[in-house]
Design a protein around this ligand. Structure first.
Ligand SMILES: Nc1ncnc2c1ncn2[C@@H]1O[C@H](COP(=O)(O)OP(=O)(O)OP(=O)(O)O)[C@@H](O)[C@H]1O
Ligand SMILES: O=c1[nH]c(=O)c2[nH+]cn([C@@H]3O[C@H](COP(=O)(O)O)[C@@H](O)[C@H]3O)c2[nH]1
Ligand SMILES: NC(=O)CC[C@H](N)C(=O)O
Ligand SMILES: [Mg+2]
Length: 505
């Protein structure tokens, strides 16, 4: 495997994706756990990412010089290059000429530039530069404003690039990463979904042994793929629990039940609407809501577990972005996903089984296809565990939920009719907590504003708002105000992520 050490750069997830696209397994760790993780996981190569700091500042993220002595190849990118130079007693200074954007690169002969022409375009984004090489290093590339745009110490297998090979604007970036991974680290391209499935099934067998497993099954992609893996691994020692928390979309509870009732797996639907709505009474803060929902989920699973007796393991379809966004490690907490940050400290189960927790969404889909899941399931748009609970802004009530359910249904139906469901990756309605004045049939109304949200994305970590044609927005708007009581105004959300997030809470 390759370990990516995160120094807070914007493209860190992208680096991991690129490596995985080369069919090599890759994980991301925060810089302050790097040395420990390297010793524990023994990767065949390490990549240092870019980052916003300057290495010569006080409190800039550092790394122990010991990592350069372990004999493991290291590739430093941008901040990662500057850090390598700094820690090994070279010199980094603020550059007189900053470089942002496309830049022409001239290279010398190096294994990292195999199959790269002498002149090519790379993507730069820096204000500092390496002024003096550390001992044992040589310059292997330069640009107009950076004399040292790449460096290497082949004896120690240390390589560094001032630019970003992971972004598309670097013409031969993939070649450079491939050279590092295959030629310098000696990795084989053997990390495929087929192998992943085999390994995951074996790991589950080993972990669970003769134990019983309770799977939290929502009917969504992640937990359905988890169900397929588990059922192959433990057969009928698996029980699937679907919690209908009253925060599902229109008719969704019945649809999930219909889809899994005759699947051959033990399937239980728990109707827990009252429980959840009681628990949520009076809560308006988004994080508090998420935590309350997360905790109630676990309590329901525990109750069901006790009924089955001696259930040791709780399985969930947690995926990598859930973990990163919930602020595990050093990343900032964006929002607590109900299945990560929402877990209470004391739980009934001996352990969690989360076979997808290192995968990105599109990898989960690929795995689903590999396991033979139906297309409609694999391609389904995600629906968050806390459901409409985080789409009714402010205090939740059954009445508001019903209004939202009807409006959301119309929006989804119209987009599907227009065939837009193939290109738009997630789309839904949000009931804002805002009431405004309107006029309907010569009467004054004072009712809720509904927001429509639709985004295009592959990894759900970044997203752009979808350019829905006006005629369709118009039709949706007309239908909703006419057919759904208590909505008299509709707005369309035109923010991307970042700076917004996909969900409103
Ligand atoms: N209503 C539910 N009943 C039981 N488990 C649930 C429910 N909602 C969510 N979960 C659990 O929480 C996990 C995370 O939810 P999440 O919505 O991210 O995944 P998903 O529903 O499986 O897939 P998708 O992202 O496609 O909606 C699920 O994989 C599942 O284990
Ligand atoms: O299972 C989930 N539990 C959660 O608590 C949760 N919060 C957000 N999401 C989904 O994650 C993706 C990114 O959402 P955000 O941009 O709002 O963070 C989007 O697809 C969201 O729908 C969740 N899924
Ligand atoms: N993108 C980066 O990693 C930037 C590194 C450093 N902050 C610089 O500006 O040079
Ligand atoms: Mg879901």
């Amino acid at each position: 495997m390759i370990l990516v050490v995160d120094f807070g750069g914007q493209y860190n997830q992208l680096i991991a994706r690129r490596i995985r696209d080369l069919n090599v397994y890759c994980e991301v760790v925060p810089y302050n756990k790097a040395l420990l993780s390297i010793k524990e996981k023994k990767p065949s190569g390490v990549i240092f990412t870019g980052g916003p700091n300057s290495v010569y500042e006080e409190n800039a993220p550092m790394i122990e010089s010991e990592v350069f002595e372990l004999g493991i190849p290291i590739l430093g990118l941008c901040y990662g290059m500057q850090l390598m130079a700094h820690v090994l007693n070279g010199k980094v200074i603020a550059a007189e000429e900053r470089e942002f954007g496309k830049t022409e690169l001239n290279i010398k002969e190096s294994i990292i530039f195999k199959n790269v022409p002498d002149k090519s375009t790379v993507w730069m984004s820096h204000v500092d530069r390496v002024e003096k090489l550390p001992e044992g290093f040589e310059t292997i590339a330069s640009t107009k404003n950076s004399e040292i745009a790449a460096m290497q110490n082949t004896d120690k297998k240390l390589y560094a690039l001032q630019f970003h090979p992971e972004v598309n604007n670097t013409e031969y970036g993939i070649e450079m990463l491939a050279n590092f991974v295959y030629k310098i680290c000696g990795q084989k391209a053997d990390w495929t979904m087929e192998n992943y499935a085999k390994t995951a099934i074996n790991d589950i067998k080993e972990k669970v042994g003769d134990g019983k497993v309770l799977l939290a099954l929502s009917g969504g992609v992640d937990s359905s793929v988890t169900a397929a893996l588990l059922s192959k691994a433990v057969g009928d020692k698996l029980t699937c629990i679907f919690v209908d928390h009253g925060l599902m979309r229109k008719d969704e509870g019945d649809e999930v039940e219909a889809a899994f009732k005759d699947s051959g797996m033990h399937f239980i639907r728990v109707n827990a609407e009252e429980r959840f709505l009681n628990k949520l009474k009076g809560i308006i803060d988004p994080e508090e809501k998420r935590k309350a929902i997360g905790e109630e989920f676990i309590r329901v699973f525990e109750d069901e577990g006790r009924k089955i007796k001696s259930v040791d393991f709780l399985a969930q379809g947690t995926i990598y972005p859930d973990i990163i966004e919930s602020g595990i490690g050093d990343a900032a907490v964006i929002k607590s996903h109900h299945n990560v940050g929402g877990l209470p400290d004391v739980v009934d189960f001996k352990d969690l089984v989360e076979p997808l927790k290192m995968l990105f969404k599109d990898e989960v889909r690929e795995l689903g296809r590999e396991l033979g899941l139906a297309d409609y399931l694999v391609n389904r748009q995600p629906f968050p565990g806390p459901g409409l609970g985080i789409r009714v802004i402010g205090e939740i009530s059954k009445e508001k939920l019903d209004v939202l359910r009807d409006a959301d249904y119309i929006f989804r139906e119209e987009l599907e009719k227009a065939g837009l469901d193939k290109s738009i990756n997630q789309y839904f309605a949000v009931l804002t907590n805002n009431r405004t004045v309107g006029v309907m049939g010569d009467f004054r109304t004072y009712d809720y504003t509904l927001a429509l949200r639709a985004v295009e994305t592959t990894d759900f970590m970044t997203a752009d708002w979808a350019r829905i044609p006006y005629e369709i927005l118009d039709k949706v708007s007309n239908r909703i105000v006419n057919e759904v009581e208590h909505i008299n105004r509709i707005v369309y959300d035109i923010t991307s992520k970042p700076p917004a997030t996909i969900e409103w809470e």
